[in-house]
Design a protein around this ligand. Structure first.
Ligand code: UT7
Length: 348
């Protein structure tokens, strides 16, 4: 069967560095609290006006495309994962297609939050396996800073997340044993509201009915009322401890599922690249799998949690620093809002 390989990889992070101490200028928090609970030391925030989720995705894509030895014109399908798109619609995929002057190829946007990149990689893998496409651009990019609240009421969310983008080009491989061995995708919507942004949304009618400012009419409605907007309704909500408890179960579960599907064990992994949710989550998973420090890649200390971008940024940094070599077994794993979780095993 035709397997797919990562032929090129790139990442981009904005230049603006915000340390934990910088954040403590805006809200009641401290470097000590953030480092102890999350491992994060600093994160990058995009320029408020000049940079968007799409522009950062493009910067990462340019590098991935060049390293794959192709041009933007050779890309035959785009998959763009983000939870922080430039527009409510259309998605970032078409904006990237336009700005990179690509052909009139298909562009698919994926909304699977922290698992978005691994989901996107899985979709791309299927298209390569069937022979439908030869050069798929997969992007994960986030501009969280534009929608976060930097007041104390939201400190559990806003100290964690950062901006950035990562991208890969997937191509068919002819080399025996090489490529994506398998991908594993899961979801459980039972706790969908534990990590979510409710507004703007088409379910708003239900929540807003009988609230001040809601129009009394037979048809139509509002994504949110002006009062709600002022009160912070369009801000992300997270029950951190609940997410944490689920993550530490589902990360190892989906990694073990991938290993089992390929008759491998944790000892066979050369590098685990987990979604950078919280350093404590990664360390717990590492401990459970019995992996030494050098086999788990973490860079949350520098970038925070960049959601759909975190896996490709980490994978790219690992590759650039020589931690991923030809023949290595690389495991990607992610967990996040939905809840959704996913893994991929790759023979590099
Ligand atoms: O990307 C995938 C999705 N996200 C995750 O995987 C995140 C998973 N969850 C977490 O990483 C952790 O739950 C957090 C880092 C978000 C929070 O850490 P925690 O140890 O679970 O803290 P907590 O939410 O239970 O809060 C403990 C205390 C509270 O104070 P009280 O009520 O005990 O007085 C919070 O108000 O810490 C307080 N707190 C803060 N204090 C200083 C919450 N955020 C902060 C903050 N600075 N930034």
């Amino acid at each position: 069967m035709q397997r797919s390989k990562i032929a090129g990889i790139g990442y981009y992070v904005p230049k603006n560095v915000y340390t934990n101490t910088d954040l403590s200028r805006f809200m009641e928090t401290s470097d000590e609290w953030i480092q102890e609970r999350t491992g994060i030391k600093e994160r990058r925030f995009a320029d408020r006006l000049g940079e968007t989720t799409t522009t950062m995705g493009i910067e990462a894509a340019k590098i991935a495309i060049e390293r794959a030895g192709i041009t933007a014109q050779d890309v035959d399908f785009i998959i763009f994962a983000t939870l922080s798109p430039d527009y409510y619609f259309p998605g970032c995929g078409v904006l990237l297609q336009r700005e990179m002057k690509m052909k009139e190829i298909g562009a698919l946007d994926i909304r699977n939050q922290c698992s978005g990149f691994v989901y996107a990689l899985s979709v791309a893998d299927q298209f390569i396996k069937t022979g439908m496409y030869k050069n798929i651009l997969v992007v994960g990019s986030e501009k969280h800073s534009f929608a976060m609240d930097f007041e104390t009421r939201s400190r559990n969310v806003s100290v964690i997340f950062g901006d950035g983008a990562g991208a890969v080009v997937l191509q068919p491989t002819q080399k025996e044993g090489q490529g994506i061995l398998s991908t594993h995708l899961h979801s459980d919507g039972a706790d969908a509201e534990l990590l979510a942004m409710f507004y703007p949304g088409s379910n708003a009618n239900k929540w807003l009915k009988d609230k001040p400012g809601y129009p009394d009419q037979e048809l139509g409605g509002l994504f949110m009322t002006a009062e709600q907007l002022e009160g912070g309704a369009a801000l992300p909500y997270m029950d951190g401890p609940a997410v944490f408890k689920k993550a530490v179960v589902k990360f190892p579960e989906v990694i073990n599922e991938a290993l089992k599907a390929n008759n491998l064990t944790a000892a066979d992994i050369d590098l685990l690249v987990p979604h950078q949710a919280n350093l404590r989550i990664s360390q717990y998973v590492q401990q459970l799998l019995g992996l030494p420090d050098e086999k788990v890649f973490n860079n949350i200390q520098k970038y925070g949690n960049t959601t759909a971008a975190s896996v490709p940024i980490a994978l790219c940094e690992a590759w650039e620093s020589g931690k991923v070599k030809e023949g290595d077994l690389v495991c990607l794993a992610a967990f996040g809002s939905g809840f959704t979780w996913a893994s991929a095993l790759i023979r590099w």
